[in-house]
Design a protein around this ligand. Structure first.
Ligand SMILES: *[C@@H]1O[C@H](CO)[C@@H](O)[C@H](O)[C@H]1NC(C)=O
Ligand SMILES: *[C@@H]1O[C@H](CO)[C@@H](O)[C@H](O)[C@H]1NC(C)=O
Ligand SMILES: *[C@@H]1O[C@H](CO)[C@@H](O)[C@H](O)[C@H]1NC(C)=O
Ligand SMILES: *[C@@H]1O[C@H](CO)[C@@H](O)[C@H](O)[C@H]1NC(C)=O
Ligand SMILES: *[C@@H]1O[C@H](CO)[C@@H](O)[C@H](O)[C@H]1NC(C)=O
Ligand SMILES: *[C@@H]1O[C@H](CO)[C@@H](O)[C@H](O)[C@H]1NC(C)=O
Ligand SMILES: *[C@@H]1O[C@H](CO)[C@@H](O)[C@H](O)[C@H]1NC(C)=O
Ligand SMILES: *[C@@H]1O[C@H](CO)[C@@H](O)[C@H](O)[C@H]1NC(C)=O
Length: 361
């Protein structure tokens, strides 16, 4: 075989190998429908599907999805996985009062350790407030939108206009104090409701039904213990963010983690820019790497700074092994190169190391 062809084969073999041992992600299972309602990834209704950080509940009696907060639960009325948002139905008023039924739970209280928070798309109306609320920065003026809402004959909130409960306020949620709660309490406001993406120019009777929109943080690659937990498009490697104490199914090079579909894909579904990104384009990295390696023949000098960040020790070892193999390939010029058979055997050996679960880090 002539040297240029062999060099090409060596390079091709290396690229293939890097693709094989690179970053990838894994085997996820979407949860079964709840009644007729799909449960998109990463939401999880049971321990065998979805991502366990994104638990919601399927009420088996009503076959409806429920969102559990710290002390209460709310029906989920819609889910939009592509923008990582869902809408829950706020509590209704207790009959003939201006008090919401979740006053006893102090309103909607999310667990701030979970990946869900209240979006800034919500316009909140606080009603039946005490005068204490007037010290807050909320808009509680007589022109505040909540008055128009209370005045509407079609909304069933007329009791909130009683003399005993006439202070109301309007604000846009999503600030630091409302990211995890819409608080109602005896000493503050005793009722609330919320509207998603409210067009305040519309007449009140054309407003949508009340809803509270909640978003979730993009899920990371699934956790794994061994390669068996990952699919063919991903490798079980240590998680650099958690200092290697956890392992995740990282996408093989050339594929990227798609947090919407929960798979390694060539093109990532992404309508929500803040929900995407985060993974390095390994294909580009490899191209640059191979190019530099061939240009400089200074393998160890180039491999470490480029790849050490965010890769496991095992991956670095694999890269190093590859680098030496590549060095062998580059020996072409010195008439001292390994045979293709040796290259193949070496690649197989490196693969076996890279995929072995017993390798010490
Ligand atoms: C407003 O809240 C107060 C305090 O909880 C309550 O006593 C009153 O009945 C409420 N107003 C209405 C109209 O329900
Ligand atoms: C919420 O539940 C916790 C534990 O069950 C309890 O300690 C806490 O008082 C409850 N808070 C409210 C506002 O109901
Ligand atoms: C909040 O969520 C974390 C993480 O799942 C959990 O460990 C913790 O017990 C939850 N807190 C409460 C009060 O439920
Ligand atoms: C309160 O809201 C009304 C209606 O949107 C607006 O006209 C008014 O300027 C606001 N007042 C304050 C103090 O922000
Ligand atoms: C609500 O109704 C009251 C009494 O009918 C009226 O004085 C007030 O101007 C109305 N407010 C709004 C914002 O429509
Ligand atoms: C709420 O979630 C969004 C998207 O996941 C995130 O960008 C934002 O930082 C979160 N806000 C807070 C206060 O945690
Ligand atoms: C691996 O990725 C390719 C390309 O995106 C895709 O066609 C294939 O179905 C994936 N395989 C698995 C097991 O996910
Ligand atoms: C490594 O991870 C950190 C934190 O996720 C990120 O900011 C950085 O861009 C990553 N670097 C590379 C080279 O992927």
């Amino acid at each position: 075989m002539n040297p240029p062809l062999k060099l090409l084969l060596c390079t091709a073999a290396m690229v293939a190998l890097l693709t094989f041992t690179g970053r990838a992600s894994s085997a996820i299972t979407r949860c079964p429908n709840c009644g007729t309602t799909p449960v998109p990834y990463p939401l999880s209704t049971n321990p065998t599907c979805g991502d366990q950080s994104y638990k919601i509940r399927c009420d088996s009696t009503t076959e409806t999805l429920q969102f559990d907060t710290l002390n209460n639960s709310y029906p989920i009325t819609s889910i939009n996985p592509s923008i990582q948002r869902l809408v829950i139905k706020p509590s209704a008023l207790l009959p003939n009062t201006c008090v919401t039924s979740d006053l006893v739970h102090e309103g909607v209280q999310l667990n701030s350790s979970l990946p869900f928070n209240v979006t800034s798309g919500n316009t909140i109306m606080y009603m039946n407030c005490s005068t204490l609320i007037l010290r807050s920065p909320l808009n509680c003026s007589s022109s505040s939108l909540c008055h128009a809402y209370i005045n509407s004959s079609t909304r069933g909130v007329a009791r909130c206009g009683d003399a005993s409960s006439s202070i109301c306020c309007t604000f846009r949620a999503g600030g630091s104090t409302t990211s995890y709660m819409i608080r109602v309490r005896e000493s503050g406001c005793r009722a609330y409701t919320s509207f998603v993406n409210l067009d305040t120019n519309l007449a009140v009777d054309r407003w949508p039904d009340p809803g509270l929109e909640i978003q979730w943080v993009s899920p990371r690659e699934p956790k794994c213990v061994s390669q068996a937990d990952c699919d063919g498009n991903s490798t079980c490697g240590s998680d650099p963010i958690l200092g290697g104490s956890a392992r995740r199914c990282f996408c093989i090079s050339g594929l990227e983690w798609d947090p919407v579909k929960g798979v390694c894909a060539e093109e990532v579904t992404c309508q929500n820019p803040s929900g995407c990104g985060g993974s390095t384009d390994r294909t580009a990295l490899i191209a640059v790497y191979v190019q530099r390696m061939m240009d400089e023949e200074k393998l160890m000098d180039t491999i470490d700074p480029m790849l050490r960040e965010n890769v496991s020790d095992l991956e670095v070892d694999t890269m190093k092994a590859l680098a030496f193999l590549a060095a062998g390939c580059l020996e072409d010029r010195r008439q001292n190169r390994p045979s293709m058979k040796e290259v193949t055997e070496e690649i197989e050996y490196i693969i076996s190391i890279a995929t072995s679960e017993t390798v010490k880090k």
